[in-house]
Design a protein around this ligand. Structure first.
Ligand code: 5GP
Ligand code: MG
Ligand code: MG
Length: 199
C-alpha cells in the first residue's frame, strides 16, 4: 500500500472505525426490519417481505459488500448506476440513471445504499425513480453524509429511515469505494488527497 499512501494527505476515517460503524448500521437495519414484522414471536420476516438492498454503483460497492454480510435478514441485492460527477470534484447537479435495477421492486421495501450524500440530487433522482416503480418504502443507508452541502431535503422523502454512518467534513474524500477520476476506490480507509494529485 506504500505507493498509494503517498498520494494521501490525511486519513479521516480508518479501516477499524469504518468496520465498527458498518456493524452498527447493519444491526440497526436488522432490528428495524425484524421488529416491524415480528410481533410477539410471530414468524420471522419472509424473503418476500424482506427488503431489497440497492447499491448505488460504483461508489457503494465496498460498503454494500461489508454491510450486507452483517445484515441478518433474507434480503436481495441489486445495483443501480447514477452518473452525476464525471471525473471532477464538483457535482453536475443533474444526475442520470445510466443502469437500472434488475429486480422488480413493486410493493417492496427498498434500502438505498450510498457511499456519500452531498447535495442530495442523486438520492432525489433515485427516490423519484423508485416511487414510479412502486416501491412500498424507501430507506437510505449512507456511510457518509455532508449535510452542509445539502440542496434537497432527502431525509424526509422516502417514508423509510435514514441511516447515516458518519458526518463527513466538507472535503472531497477518497477511498473505501469513493473515487477521484475512478482511482483510489480500493483504499481500505477514507482520506483526502494531496493537492498535487488533482493536477
Ligand atoms: P449528490 O448527488 O448528493 O450531490 O452526490 C452524491 C454523489 O457524489 C455520491 O454518491 C458520490 O459519488 C459523489 N460525491 C459526493 N461527495 C464526494 C466526495 O467527497 N468524494 C467522492 N469521491 N465522491 C463524492
Ligand atoms: Mg454514490
Ligand atoms: Mg465518483
Amino acid at each position: 500500500m506504500a505507493a498509494m499512501e503517498n498520494h494521501i494527505q490525511k486519513i479521516l476515517f480508518t479501516e477499524e472505525q469504518i468496520s465498527q460503524r458498518v456493524s452498527e448500521l447493519a444491526s440497526q437495519i436488522t432490528l428495524n426490519f425484524s421488529s416491524s414484522t415480528n410481533n410477539g414471536g410471530a414468524p420471522l420476516l419472509s424473503s418476500s417481505s424482506a427488503p431489497v438492498v440497492v447499491g448505488v454503483a460504483t461508489g457503494a460497492f465496498l460498503f454494500l459488500a461489508d454491510l450486507v454480510r452483517k445484515i441478518n435478514l433474507p434480503i436481495s441485492v441489486d445495483f443501480v448506476r447514477v452518473e452525476s460527477y464525471g471525473s471532477g470534484t464538483v457535482s453536475s447537479g443533474k444526475p442520470k440513471i445510466s443502469c437500472d435495477l434488475k429486480i422488480d421492486v413493486t410493493g417492496k421495501h427498498v434500502i438505498l445504499v450510498e457511499d456519500i450524500v452531498d447535495t442530495g440530487n442523486t438520492l432525489a433522482c433515485l427516490f423519484e425513480h423508485l416511487i414510479s416503480k412502486g416501491a412500498s418504502s424507501i430507506s437510505v443507508c449512507t456511510l457518509f453524509d455532508k449535510p452542509s452541502k445539502r440542496k434537497v431535503n432527502v431525509e424526509l422523502v422516502g417514508e423509510g429511515k435514514f441511516y447515516r454512518g458518519f458526518e463527513c467534513p466538507d472535503y472531497f474524500v477518497v477511498g473505501y469505494g469513493l473515487d477521484f477520476a475512478e482511482v483510489y476506490r480500493n483504499l481500505p480507509y477514507v482520506g483526502i488527497l494531496k493537492p498535487e494529485m488533482y493536477s
